[in-house]
Design a protein around this ligand. Structure first.
Ligand code: DP6
Length: 400
């Protein structure tokens, strides 16, 4: 069948972000408006990214989406909210008297294909990168130029923070329509080049309660969450912004750990309680505190989201020694070569003194692997047409 008009396709990539001041609780479930502001670090896409192609063609008869090679239901409410918002913005932006009547972007159906460069099974929050990438790619293919925070947020709250690189704050905003609930860059990715991030992928038997359901129950039952949002987070946000701006690792690390611990305290204050941390998570916390005690100051910090994986922040001069400590306490069960992925590290010896101080019986296999990464940029457009995940027929290309 000859096409009236060729397929128009755009491919983009977007990063994962990790909150150091956590978002937990919505004041509006429909618009996804949070009860507190949050602040995150964007991770580098060399190690963790989503790639998405969005394509328009008059030959398409329906909207379709494929995630990691499998076709998914395009009717999912959050997906629909993003799609409708982008189309609304595209219509609003249409210049009066435009010669393109009616432009493909206003009349055509869309096909979307998306893949992650990290295993979904790793239990890493992929929805933020996924929705940021979807919204960014849709905006490009539909020619939308406005701020995308309010669209990405409709997919997943934390996704709006993945629209920027470096250090990003999601301002909760005050308005009922959410127009002022937006993500803004606090500092670019080049601001703190020594900062390193280690994702410790923990083995977990059970799938934890999802964040959406978890925060809804917390909103209904936890008095501590209300106190956190009103009295604690505003102070944490101001202090964290200062720590980032001044590259104060001591302050940054301590506050990151305290804010994570408070999130998990509100989860325990939720009824019935939610426990995202498991024994391995708690042992990692113990390891971090003992490591810092050995050095006499905060050299390493942990944070945990809605699952048992730990994300560690440290500086480049400490990362090799800390990885050696992790390896000592959580030796790989098999395939030791595959234990450390991402940025290459020069192995560092662990002193007998530190080994003795850690004083932990090794538990082989309880950490599956480590991904070493750093702070990275925001979404990117991939110029190479070879990179499109959809072929000229608008269907996913067979995986190479
Ligand atoms: C613990 O953004 O996944 O990771 O808005 O319901 O999709 P929804 O929730 P989501 O929540 C993330 C919660 C968190 C903390 C954070 O990233 O700030």
């Amino acid at each position: 069948m000859a096409s009236e008009q060729p397929l128009v396709a755009v491919t983009c990539t977007a990063p994962v972000n990790i909150a150091v001041i956590k978002y937990w609780g919505k004041r509006d479930e429909e618009l996804i408006l949070p009860i507190n502001s949050s602040l995150s670090v964007t991770l580098h896409q060399d190690q963790l990214k989503t790639t998405t192609t969005a394509a328009l063609s008059r030959d398409f008869t329906e909207d379709r989406i494929w995630l990691n090679g499998r076709e998914e239901d395009v009717g999912q409410p959050r997906l629909q909210a993003c799609l409708q918002e982008i189309r609304r913005l595209a219509r609003e932006q249409r210049s009066p008297g435009s010669e393109d009547q009616p432009p493909l972007r206003l009349s055509g159906k869309v096909h979307v294909a998306s893949v992650n460069n990290f295993p979904t099974a790793a239990g890493l929050a992929s929805s933020a990168a996924g929705y940021a990438c979807l919204v960014y790619a849709l905006a490009r293919v539909y020619g939308v130029e406005s701020d995308l925070s309010e669209v990405a947020r409709r997919g997943s709250g934390s996704a709006c923070r993945s629209l920027h690189g470096g250090f990003v704050e999601w301002q909760m905003g005050q308005r009922a329509d959410g127009k002022d609930s937006v993500a803004r860059q606090v500092a670019p990715e080049s601001h703190w080049p020594e900062l390193r991030v280690l994702v410790l992928v923990v083995s977990a038997e059970r799938k934890p309660t999802g964040s959406t359901a978890g925060m809804r129950t917390s909103m209904e039952t936890s008095a501590l969450l209300k106190f956190r949002a009103e009295a604690v987070v505003p102070v944490h946000m101001a202090e964290m912004t200062r720590c980032v701006k001044e590259r104060d690792f001591q302050g940054f690390g301590q506050l990151t750990m305290k804010d994570s611990n408070q999130l998990h305290a509100t989860c325990l204050d939720t009824f019935p309680p939610i426990c995202y941390l498991n024994d391995t998570s708690r042992r990692i916390m113990q390891l971090v505190h003992r490591f810092n005690a050995h050095h006499g100051h905060t050299k390493v910090a942990y944070t945990f989201d809605a699952g048992p994986n730990a994300v560690i922040f440290t500086l480049d001069d400490t990362v090799a020694e800390f990885v050696a400590a992790v390896r000592h306490c959580f030796p790989p069960e098999s395939n030791g070569d595959e234990f450390l992925k991402g940025l290459p590290l020069r192995p560092a010896p662990l002193s007998d003194e530190l080994k003795a101080l850690l004083g932990m019986d090794p538990t082989p296999g309880s950490i599956k692997y480590i991904i070493a990464t750093q702070v990275g940029p925001g979404p990117q457009i991939v110029d190479d047409p070879q990179a499109h995940l959809l072929g000229p027929d608008g269907l996913p290309k067979p995986a190479a």
